[in-house]
Write a protein that binds this ligand. Structure first.
Ligand code: NAD
Length: 450
């Protein structure tokens, strides 16, 4: 059902937005950080005032449970503005003394920067980029995913109401190849912060790198969950259900390859499958729904094709593996039963490629060394989870896993001050806290003879 339309902005629209941003930059970049902070805080209040409307829009646009949109997406969008409003007041730079000279570093805003975000956490990730870019004094050209544009559109209204000056934030709608690509190649845009697929990240890097643009790329993942027999079993089980299927598995941080120490394997398989089968797939608007719809028909087909591939590759589907048909208004939605597969080789495509849906594989391991090898055996390196009560082993694995984030005995605990990002094909650069403010500023060393 069509319930709204957005423009597919092109090079001309990008050029107009860049001109507006360039005109706004001299004043905005020199605005007292306290004033920038007040404006970001006003945007956070604006999100709060329209909280329910935003949550409904996010759920409707993406198919995610409304309860999740409230608890996670919109809450975090508000928090992103609050966090960087506070950070704008605290951001400082270093100075270095040597005999006869003093060096200090100026951290200057870059100018006009581009922010491009995906559909899985639409407002959450959009604001995660925009807030630090503005806090640091840049003017921003921002494009949400064309698949989930509605909350970005509401954010534009909120920013106007909050009193953000014209040209400081320019939200453009459109597709990746048209609008996104034009943002990346525009010569005035000196930095691009991108979250999305590794495929698009590679394309963006190939255009931006020869232009010597600053790039932050937050890309795909194929995250391991490593479970040792000495873990707190119930907590591990509950959290592993969440880390597998929250947002229909469409969070870049979801664990999709679950490795279980052999003595625990059979018990885990039985209990995990039983819990997963209890998850309620249903109308995103219903309060008891735990699994909503996946985001689009194309993505639905992609996920089902991976389930078919897993069977060809010798996997056994222990539960799920099929679409779920709804009744009434939701009859044409894209619902897939949460799926657990075992019996796959660690190097098969199902275990190597990002599916980004409600599909996980499980397999046993026999030693710590094998667990590390299995966990690292992928092109990706975004997040990993370790479950163990063995203190030194936990730290040892934390050090050895090739991953930007390692959670030990927890998942998705996010302190916004910590560095966020991936290694290998999961990306380049870090977001969060000072890392984000450093990305959105250019350091300049000034050396003074005393
Ligand atoms: P996508 O790469 O298709 O699109 C992301 C955004 O980039 C969209 O706004 C799209 O319009 C734009 N885009 C696409 N091609 C472009 C190009 N050539 N030039 C400029 N812009 C372009 O990704 P998606 O399907 O929207 O999102 C899912 C992917 O995002 C998954 O791979 C997931 O792992 C990843 N993701 C990563 C993180 C992280 O923090 N690492 C977070 C969320 C999602």
């Amino acid at each position: 059902m069509v319930y709204g339309q957005i423009p597919d902005s092109d090079a001309q629209d990008v050029a107009l937005a860049v001109t507006a941003a360039q005109q706004a930059f001299p004043t905005w970049s020199k605005t007292d950080p306290a004033q920038r902070s007040r404006l970001l805080m006003a945007i956070a209040r604006g999100i709060e005032e329209r909280f329910e409307e935003l949550a409904q829009a996010e759920s409707r646009d993406s198919g995610k449970p409304l309860s999740l949109a409230r608890r996670m997406d919109i809450t975090r969008a508000r928090d992103n503005f609050e966090f960087f409003a506070a950070a704008a007041l605290q951001f400082a730079s270093e100075s270095h003394n040597q005999p006869g000279f003093i060096n200090y570093t100026l951290r200057q805003p870059i100018g006009v920067v581009g922010c491009i975000s995906p559909w899985n956490l639409p407002l959450y990730l959009f604001t995660w980029k925009i807030a630090p870019a503005l806090a640091a004094g840049n003017c921003v050209i921002a494009k949400p995913s064309e698949v989930t544009p509605v909350t970005a559109s509401i954010l534009a209204e909120i920013c106007i109401s909050a009193g953000l000056p014209d040209g400081v934030l320019n939200i453009l709608h459109g597709t990746g190849p048209n609008c996104g690509a034009e943002i990346v190649k525009h010569p005035i845009i000196k930095a691009v912060s991108f979250t999305g697929s590794t495929r698009a990240g590679r394309e963006i890097a190939s255009v931006a790198a020869p232009m010597f643009k600053k790039l932050s790329l937050e890309l795909g993942g194929k995250n391991p969950v490593v479970i040792f027999a000495d873990c707190d079993y119930e907590e591990m089980l509950n959290t592993t259900v969440r880390s597998s299927f929250t947002n229909q598995g469409q969070i870049c941080l979801c664990g999709s390859r679950i490795y279980v120490e052999r003595p625990l394997y059979n018990r885990f398989r039985e209990d995990f499958v039983a819990r997963v089968q209890q998850l309620k797939v249903g109308d995103p608007a219903a309060s008891d729904t735990q699994i909503g719809a996946v985001v689009s028909e194309a993505h639905y087909n992609k996920i089902l094709s991976y389930i078919a591939l897993a069977k060809e590759e010798g996997g056994t589907v222990l539960c799920g593996g099929h679409p779920v048909k709804m009744e009434g208004e939701r009859a044409n939605g894209w619902y897939i039963a949460p799926t657990v597969i075992d019996g796959l080789s660690p190097i098969c495509r199902t275990n190597q490629e990002e599916i980004f849906g409600p599909v996980v594989s499980i397999q046993p391991f026999d030693s710590e060394e094998e667990a590390v090898t299995l966990a690292n055996n992928t092109d990706y390196g975004l997040a990993a989870v370790i479950w163990t009560n063995h203190l030194t082993r936990a730290h040892r694995l934390g050090e050895q896993l090739q991953s930007g984030i390692v959670w030990i005995n927890c998942w998705l605990e996010r302190d916004l001050r910590t560095p966020f990002g991936g290694v290998k094909s999961s990306g380049v650069g870090r977001e969060g806290g000072w890392e984000a403010l450093r990305f959105f500023t250019e350091p300049k060393n000034i050396c003074v003879k005393l």
